[in-house]
Design a protein around this ligand. Structure first.
Ligand code: NAD
Length: 368
């Protein structure tokens, strides 16, 4: 399997393949960039069809984390990890084994929840290594990041609505959420609290029903979600939902949701721009979870987390302003802002690698 010549290999610093046959563990850890600090990013568990598919996913996701941390003003680098397998392989032994591998990386990568991993799984990892965040509040952690990710998406969408319509006017707006899992569900709640009209779809009918029953959302079946005439299309499932097939079907004014890598290719972002659809760059919009867990490093405090997550509104506005001034599509404006911060601050990784223990997590309990 090609690594350096993989099309998504993007000057990654380190890609680690780990396996422990005794517990069924096969995982890849990708550290994209530690220029701003240790790489932080979630652990995804997914039944990838091939090892190549898993590698591609982890390479793309880890690069996205570098940009996400950079644009959010965090002193963190970008990394991500994937375990190859179905959720049925989950066990204490599996996660603890993974934790021991993480400990071996000495803090260059720190993990957290992602698709198919939850606080309980991260707690198993935490028994083997301190390099895990998103742990239970009882241990000084921040818990489930999804409500904060949803909050951040909500703040960022306010900026997008204001840009498009002059004001947010939530009650007059309509939204189509693709995927009402952890984040999509909380986003639906926030939107319905503002009396917005919310359509939902999910491959899991129980999740759709939950959003219908609890918040009065309207169910849409399957891919019909792309054809809806709504103000905002919010991809909150997996990546690449904006692709050459779905793009011509969209009748929305704004695309913005929690999913990572919403654009199948950057060109899809440029095409949205040409069609007059405002794209709210995914890694800036969905940074709420990262901003929240990152606070565990300095000592978690809920109110501070909420304030910092609210700053996503300003970050999104800044991207829109920069895009307009430079005549760029928003995806490219976001990349440039993130790259400017990386270039301005220069390499920090040498500094922290020189120390035996590169950094320390302050797990206080006071802030909850
Ligand atoms: P999740 O697994 O809880 O939710 C995803 C939902 O999408 C599930 O209900 C699933 O059934 C549904 N889904 C999958 N494929 C679908 C399809 N083709 N059509 C419709 N629905 C589909 O995951 P989550 O934690 O809510 O994360 C959602 C997305 O947001 C992911 O891309 C994740 O990487 C990203 N994200 C999550 C967080 C977080 O805090 N959880 C933070 C940043 C980014």
């Amino acid at each position: 399997m090609a690594v350096f010549s993989n099309p998504f290999f993007s000057n990654h610093e380190e890609v680690v393949f780990v396996q422990d046959a005794s517990v069924g563990l096969k995982a890849i850890i990708a550290i994209h960039n530690t220029q701003l600090g240790p790489a932080l990013g979630g652990l995804r568990l997914w039944p990838y069809a091939s090892e190549e598919e898993a590698l591609t996913d982890v390479l793309r996701l880890s690069r996205g984390m570098t940009y996400k941390a950079a644009i959010s003003g965090l002193n963190l680098g970008g990394g991500k990890s994937v375990i190859i397998g179905s959720p049925a392989i989950k066990s204490e032994a599996l996660f603890r084994s993974f934790g021991r591998f993480l400990q071996g990386l000495g803090g260059r990568y720190i993990t957290a929840e992602d698709v198919n991993t939850n606080v309980d799984d991260i707690e198993f990892i935490y028994q083997e290594t301190g390099y895990a965040v998103g742990i239970h509040p009882e241990h000084g952690g921040s818990g489930d990041p999804s409500p904060y990710t949803a909050q951040g998406v909500f703040h960022g969408l306010r900026a997008a609505l204001e840009k498009t319509f002059g004001q947010a006017d939530w009650a007059k707006r309509s939204f189509a959420i693709e995927g009402v899992g952890n984040v999509g569900f909380h986003l639906a709640r926030l939107l319905r609290q503002e009396k917005a009209k919310v359509f939902v779809t999910d491959i899991d009918p129980d999740r759709v029903q939950r959003a219908v029953d609890q918040f009065g959302c309207e169910a849409v079946s399957g891919t019909a979600i792309y054809d809806l005439k709504v103000d905002v299309f919010a991809p909150c499932a997996l990546g690449s939902s904006i692709n050459p097939e779905t793009l011509p079907r969209l009748k929305c004014r704004i695309v913005g949701g929690s999913a990572n890598n919403q654009l199948a290719t950057p060109e899809c972002g440029s095409e949205l721009d040409r069609r007059g659809i405002l794209y709210t760059p995914d890694y800036a919009l969905n940074a709420g979870g990262l901003i929240n867990v990152a606070l565990e490093i300095e000592g978690y405090h809920r109110e501070l987390a909420e304030r910092r997550v609210a700053s996503i509104y300003d970050i999104i506005r800044r991207i829109f302003t920069f895009a307009e001034k430079q005549g760029l599509p928003t995806w490219q404006a976001a990349d440039k802002i993130a790259e400017q911060r990386l270039a301005a601050l220069g390499p920090a990784h040498l500094r922290y690698l020189e120390q035996g223990r590169p950094w320390h997590i302050h797990r206080g309990r006071a802030g909850h």
